[in-house]
Each structure stands twice: as structure tokens, then as C-alpha cells.
Design a protein around this ligand. Structure first.
Ligand code: FE2
Length: 458
């Protein structure tokens, strides 16, 4: 029954549309595991008949695509969720695209094609953002000014529950609105892909009886479907349930539950995104085996970056006990991960490189003596790490946590190197085996910076 409904809900082709966009077009990395010379363009529109086409500059000249869509009926009114693949792009170069409806141009923008492994590139990262605050708009605006190639959102993308209706008021206008300004935010999403990480708030609307428009995460992003294969009713998923379940599964299609965990190569880096929510036990063999295999088979010439929402190494009092991801700590070290990016805690924190643990990882303690910490790394003259640096970049817009600890390093846990309670974002410049990391606040002021050298993988 479900499969039939899914097929009926999807399609491509000449529906006639007369209405406007619900959400302006935006680029995504799409589903290739190795992001090379293509992107996916998405947008949402009211359910009306219409013929939607995309014309874009490729390295082979102008290409015209007929957009595909599927229908989402879990909201009232429902909407059409469009996508089309933009292929044969010139690596690392800006290109123009246009969206046409019924023979009329209705949208145009410039986007940036993915870089090749030998090209330098810039990642922007922040989390805990979609709260509808003035600071969220300022972070978005400031981050848009650094001309990045992609944005990683480290979870809690939209508060409080990650519903479609909450995206309307706390997300789209901040990152893909009609203007770019410190008061209103940016239009970044139409030019560079946002990479989502599932936070606790993003899955808080999993009871679809109460929230029929819940779990919007699984509608609005197109990322690789290469995570561990989990049945929709597995306890290791975001646990969608309720009377709206079949409607949701039809509308989310292959994204649910697959896109809660995924990996991809962009430029000279391999990224792994994990669902760290507390219902997911990361000692489960099917999850651990997938992660280990993914990291071990990653290109040894590339950076290994892992991102998940809940940090296990951080010094704030808020969320101090949400440290269940420490069960993966030794695996990340053994698999030569270069950097971990987290959110959840609403400030900026950087650890020293943390090496293997001395205590069983299932222990809940986090005593300083449980861990070997690399004291030699200084991020300027010593840039190779023995262990893994953890970044909390949770200053994307939601109210900040524990500012009273900033001036008192003696109260930080011993592995913490930097602690800044400011709205801010991370800027990561990848060039060969060097990564130049910066944390930048709302005024463009540097809160932190360090240089990292990529670990030898063999
Ligand atoms: Fe969170």
C-alpha cells in the first residue's frame, strides 16, 4: 500500500502552475557520494498545475531541465517539492541559473559549483540557529559575507520542533529571503549548499498525530542515501509515528530515515554526518560497522571531518550530561578523524586534541584523567594533532549558554582550550593538507583561530 502511494505521489512533468514559490530555489549537494561537478536545485510551490523548467550554464553550454517533483500532503494546504539535477558544472566556478514556469522566467540567481580536490575552498559552520531571533539574522548575514562554498548546520536547525510551519517563520527568510541585510539575514541557500545535521529539536515533532507537519528535515534537503540501512520502524531512527505516518513516509520518500546519517566527499575532504539523538545507541554493531567501514574506506588523501549535534567534550553546565557520543571517541581517533564539529551547546568551544581513553568508553564519567590530551599542539607552530580536536559551534541564533564561565578557565574542564559565549560562526579554509580555522562573531571580530595539518592516513 505504502509503495503504491509513494509512486502515485511522485512524478515529473507537465503540471500547470500559476502560483508563486512557497520557498525560493536553493542548491543542495544532492545524492552523489562524491560531490563533483553537479548540484541539485530544489524549491517548493503550491499544488497547482504548471510546467517548471530550469535553465543553467554548464561547461557544455546552456542546459534546460524539466523539474521533477513529489507531493507533500502532510501540511494544509500541501505543497509540491521540486528538484532537478544540475550536471556538467565547471568546478569551483560561479554559474547562472533560471527557473521558468509555463514559459515565463520566474527566478534567477547565481550559484557556486563544487570544487575539485585540488582546489582550495571554504566551509561555513554554525548550529542551533532557527529560533527567529535578531542574532540569527546577523549570523546569517555575517556568514554570507565570507563567500563560502558550503554551509554545515550542526543541528537544531529549526526550533522548537522542526515542523514545516516553523521553517516558514524561523528559517527560509533568514537564509534564502528576498534581501541580504544584518536585520533580515542572507540569501546564501540559493548560491551554496546547506548540509544538515539532525539535532534534538529537528526530530521533536516525530509524533505525527500531534504534529502532522513534523520532521520537516526529511522534506527539505537532498543528500546522499548512503547511511546505514535502517527500517522505518527501527528504534535507531528519528522514530516517526502516529496517524500521519503513512502520509509522511509517502512525502519523505527515500529520505526517511536514510538522511539522518550520511557521508560525502567535497573537494579534498570526506565528511560524515551522524544522528546523535539519545534514542540512537552508537554501540549498536550495525551502526558502528557502517561508520568504521565508511571512515576506513575514505580516500587517504582527504581530510576526515565528522559532525553530529551532541558534544561529549564541552565545559558548559547546560547539557553537561549529554555525553553519550563518547562511545565513539576511540573509534574516531583510530580512524584518524581530523576534526569533529558539534552544536547543541549555545556558544563556541574548542578542545585540545583528545586522544584515546584510559577508561571503558561506556563509563559515564568524564574525568580529566580518563583521557590523554595532546598538550603540544598550539595551532600555529605545532599544527599536527595527536588525537581529535572537538569544536562546539552552537552560536547560530538561539539564546546563549553559561556566559559566566567565559572569564574563569579554572572552571572549564581540563580538555577545553577556548570558550567564547558569543553569537558566531566557524570558517574553515581547506587548502591541501592545511586547514585554517576561524571563529567569527557578529561584528566580524575573530574569537579564535588555529592552523591544523591533516593527519597521515596510512
Ligand atoms: Fe540541541
Amino acid at each position: 500500500m505504502m509503495l503504491t502511494a509513494l509512486i502515485l505521489a511522485q512524478g515529473s512533468g507537465p503540471l500547470l502552475a500559476t502560483g508563486s514559490f512557497l520557498h525560493y530555489p536553493y542548491v543542495q549537494i544532492g545524492r552523489p557520494e562524491k560531490v563533483a561537478n553537479e548540484l541539485t536545485l530544489m524549491w517548493q510551490a503550491p499544488i497547482e498545475r504548471g510546467r517548471w523548467e530550469v535553465r543553467y550554464q554548464s561547461s557544455r553550454g546552456i542546459i534546460t531541465n524539466l523539474a521533477e517533483f513529489n507531493r507533500v500532503d502532510t501540511t494544509s494546504p500541501g505543497f509540491l517539492n521540486f528538484h532537478t539535477e544540475l550536471t556538467s558544472l565547471a568546478p569551483g566556478k560561479p554559474f547562472k541559473y533560471e527557473v521558468w514556469k509555463d514559459g515565463n522566467k520566474v527566478f534567477e540567481a547565481k550559484a557556486k559549483a563544487p570544487v575539485q580536490p585540488k582546489q582550495k575552498w571554504r566551509l561555513v559552520a554554525f548550529g542551533d540557529c532557527g529560533r527567529g531571533t535578531a542574532e540569527q539574522a546577523k549570523v546569517s548575514y555575517r556568514a554570507s559575507q565570507v563567500n563560502g562554498d558550503a554551509v554545515l548546520v550542526t543541528g537544531d536547525i529549526v526550533y522548537d520542533l522542526g515542523r514545516v510551519s516553523e521553517y516558514e517563520t524561523k528559517f527560509w527568510t533568514y537564509y534564502n529571503g528576498s534581501v541580504t541585510s544584518p536585520e533580515r539575514g542572507s540569501q546564501m541557500m540559493r548560491s551554496i549548499p546547506f548540509l544538515p545535521v539532525l539535532g534534538n529539536h529537528d526530530m521533536a515533532s516525530n509524533d505525527l498525530t500531534r504534529y502532522p507537519d513534523g520532521l520537516a528535515y526529511f522534506y527539505f534537503y537532498r543528500v546522499p542515501l548512503n547511511g546505514p540501512k535502517l527500517a522505518p520502524d527501527s528504534p535507531l531512527t528519528p522514530n516517526a509515528k502516529g496517524t500521519g505516518l503513512n502520509n509522511f513516509l509517502s512525502a519523505a520518500g527515500e529520505n526517511y530515515p536514510q538522511t539522518a546519517n550520511y557521508s560525502f566527499d567535497y573537494g579534498n575532504a570526506h565528511f560524515v554526518v551522524l544522528n546523535s539523538n539519545p534514542n540512537v545507541n552508537w554501540t549498536t554493531p550495525e551502526l558502528v560497522d557502517w561508520l568504521k567501514k565508511d571512515l576506513e574506506s575514505a580516500d587517504p588523501k582527504k581530510w576526515r571531518i565528522v559532525s553530529y549535534h551532541h558534544p561529549e567534550f564541552q565545559s558548559s553546565k547546560v547539557h553537561a550530561t549529554d555525553r553519550w557520543m563518547r562511545v565513539l571517541s576511540d573509534l574516531l581517533v583510530k580512524c584518524k578523524v581530523d576534526l569533529v564539529l558539534n552544536g547543541h551547546v549555545h556558544n563556541y568551544q574548542r578542545t585540545k586534541p583528545i586522544d584515546l581513553s584510559f577508561k571503558p568508553l561506556l563509563s559515564t564519567s568524564l574525568n580529566a584523567n580518563d583521557w590523554k590530551v595532546d598538550q603540544a599542539f598550539n595551532g600555529s607552530t605545532v599544527t599536527k594533532t595527536d588525537g581529535v580536536i572537538r569544536i562546539v559551534t552552537g552560536g547560530g541564533g538561539a539564546p546563549l549558554y553559561n556566559p559566566e564561565l567565559e572569564p574563569t578557565p579554572d572552571k572549564w574542564l581540563p580538555f577545553t582550550e577556548k570558550y567564547h559565549v558569543q553569537y558566531s560562526f566557524s570558517q574553515l579554509d581547506f587548502e591541501g593538507d592545511k586547514l585554517n580555522f576561524k571563529q567569527i562573531d557578529l561584528e566580524g571580530k575573530l574569537l579564535d583561530s588555529f592552523l591544523l595539518t591533516r593527519k597521515p592516513k596510512n
